[in-house]
Design a protein around this ligand. Structure first.
Ligand code: SF4
Length: 215
C-alpha cells in the first residue's frame, strides 16, 4: 500500500482527543479541499510502498493503545486498509475519513474477522468552505445504528454554519463535533461558540495539533 508516513503524536480530534497515538498516514485522496493541510498526500512522489504485514508488525510492537489511520483518504486503498486492520492486535483504531465512501462494508468485514481490536470512524463531513462538500449519506444511518464513530465539521465561513445548521437535524443520536478553522482567529471562534450554544447535539472541538504546532 502507498503510505506517506508513520509517526507517534497526540490524538488531535474526536472522542479520543488528547491520548497518545500511533499514526499511519496513507497517501492519496479522492478530494482536493481548498484548506487541505496534507497536500503532500494528494499527488506527487511523497510516498513509499509498504505491505500491511510490515506496518502491522511495527505498530503491534508499540505499547500505545490508540492507532490513528489518516491521510489523504485511507478508504481509497480499502483492500489494503482492511488487511492492515485485521492484522492489528489489541488496538483502539480510529480511521479518519472524509465520509465520501461508504463505511459499513469495511466495518462488517473487520468485525467478521473477530480480532481483538476496536474500530471507529472519525468522519469529517466536508462543508462548502472545503470546495467539495461531498458525503455519502448512507454513512449517517450506519454511524447512528453502530455507534462506531462520530462526525466532525471543520468550519471557516458563515456559509459553512448555514450548511451545518441544515444537516444537524438528521444527525440526532450521532456524536458530532464542530471545529473552527484555526487560522481564522478569535473572532471566528466567537461566531462558532455562539453557534454551538444555540444548537443541541454538537460539541466545540479545537484543532489541537494546530494549537500545539505538532504533526
Ligand atoms: S479530504 Fe482530507 S486529505 Fe483529502 S483533500 Fe480534503 S482535507 Fe485533504
Amino acid at each position: 500500500m502507498k503510505l506517506n508516513s508513520i509517526f507517534q503524536s497526540i490524538q488531535g480530534e474526536g472522542r479520543f482527543q488528547g491520548y497518545p497515538s500511533d499514526f499511519i498516514r496513507f497517501f492519496g485522496c479522492n478530494l482536493n479541499c481548498i484548506y487541505c493541510d496534507t497536500k503532500q498526500t494528494l499527488s506527487g512522489d511523497s510516498f513509499y510502498i509498504e505491505t500491511p504485514e510490515a506496518v502491522a508488525e511495527k505498530i503491534n510492537k508499540s505499547d500505545i493503545l490508540d492507532v490513528c489511520i489518516t491521510g489523504g483518504e485511507p478508504l481509497c486503498q480499502e483492500e489494503e486498509l482492511l488487511k492492515l486492520l485485521k492484522l492489528l492486535r489489541g488496538k483502539r483504531i480510529s480511521v479518519e475519513t472524509n465520509g465520501s465512501i461508504e463505511l459499513e462494508p469495511l466495518y462488517r468485514e473487520f468485525y467478521a474477522a473477530k480480532t481483538d481490536s476496536e474500530l471507529y470512524f472519525s468522519t469529517d463531513w466536508k462543508t462548502p468552505g472545503s470546495g467539495n462538500p461531498v458525503f455519502d449519506e448512507r454513512n449517517i444511518g450506519f454511524l447512528r445504528k453502530s455507534g462506531a464513530g462520530w462526525i466532525k465539521f471543520v468550519t471557516g465561513t458563515v456559509e459553512d454554519l448555514d450548511f451545518i445548521d441544515e444537516k444537524l437535524p438528521m444527525l440526532d443520536g450521532i456524536e458530532t463535533y464542530l471545529s473552527p478553522v484555526f487560522e481564522n482567529g478569535k473572532e471566528w471562534f466567537s461566531a462558532v461558540e455562539k453557534f454551538v450554544k444555540s444548537h443541541k447535539n454538537i460539541r466545540l472541538q479545537l484543532q489541537l495539533h494546530k494549537i500545539l504546532g505538532i504533526e
